[in-house]
Design a protein around this ligand. Structure first.
Ligand code: PGA
Length: 260
């Protein structure tokens, strides 16, 4: 059985304020102490990275950026570089979240450059892929996932242990409509097969592939019970400590099962 450490990320998106960010981060630190078998990361808005970093320092939870620039530095008003995130104590960064791919029109070519900057800065990239509803309904979901992975990952020097892929079907994000465990597991197998084609089987078996899209305290256990699913990227439910704790506990149950 795969020995991959479950990964759960709380993607706070553009929510909370400084005080509530620090308070929620402290709760996540307690969860990390309770469930040390799970790798826990918080992705706050960039301006609150510092407040969250202070709250998690010394604990087992980490902080990451929701995005980074494709550029290293320079005249790029409003952008935040990967090295700045690392400099502020971030360990990871989301690359290609659908609210950037689809919401802001970011292409695989741009995301490939962002990934390169993240790797240069020593950040663990959480690369997000996923199809729209139209793409799923026209039977192209798996082609879209393959194309996104090729376009974003090809040519990069990657360490499998320092890479997370998040399968996030666009139609499931923030909609309350979750992929069925069967559909998610099938997409995860496509992701792993694509990683094996791009690199090799050993590489693909070591990468964490997590699911995102309306994960909540009620469906997490069923999703994480699937061998293919190594954890979750959680939006709305990560803003409520009690709900997030149930999700982290579900990931810990998976870790326990894997260690048996
Ligand atoms: P959601 O968001 O859990 O609110 O659907 C997930 C994500 O966008 O990462």
């Amino acid at each position: 059985m795969a020995q991959r450490t479950p990964f759960v990320g709380g993607n706070w998106k553009m929510n909370l304020d400084r005080e509530r960010s620090a308070a929620l981060a402290s709760e996540v630190v307690r969860m990390a102490a309770t469930y040390p078998s799970v790798e826990l990361a918080i992705f706050p808005p960039a301006v609150y990275v510092s407040a969250v970093e202070s709250a998690v320092r010394g604990g087992a939870a980490t902080v990451g950026g929701q995005d980074c620039s494709a550029e290293k530095e320079g005249a790029f008003t409003g952008q935040v570089s990967a090295s700045m995130l690392a400099n502020m104590g971030c360990s990871s960064v989301l690359i290609g979240h659908s609210e950037r791919r689809h919401g802001l029109g970011e292409t695989d070519a741009t995301l490939s450059r962002k990934l390169a900057r993240a790797l240069e800065a020593g950040l663990l990239p959480v690369v997000c892929v996923g199809e729209t509803l139209a793409e799923r309904e026209s039977g192209r979901a798996h082609d879209v996932i393959r194309t996104q992975l090729h376009g974003t990952l090809a040519g990069q020097t990657l360490n499998a242990a320092k890479l997370v892929i998040a399968y996030e079907p666009v139609w499931a994000i923030g909609t309350g409509r979750t992929a069925t465990p069967d559909d998610a597991a099938e997409a995860h197998r496509t992701i792993r097969q694509t990683l094996a084609d791009l690199y090799d089987v050993r590489f693909s078996e070591s990468v964490r592939v997590i699911y995102g899209g309306s994960v909540n305290s009620k469906n997490a256990a069923e999703l994480f019970a699937r061998e293919e699913i190594d954890g979750g990227l959680v939006g709305g439910a990560s803003l409520v400590a009690a709900d997030f704790a149930v999700i982290v506990a579900a990931a810990a149950a998976k870790a326990k099962e894997r260690s048996n």
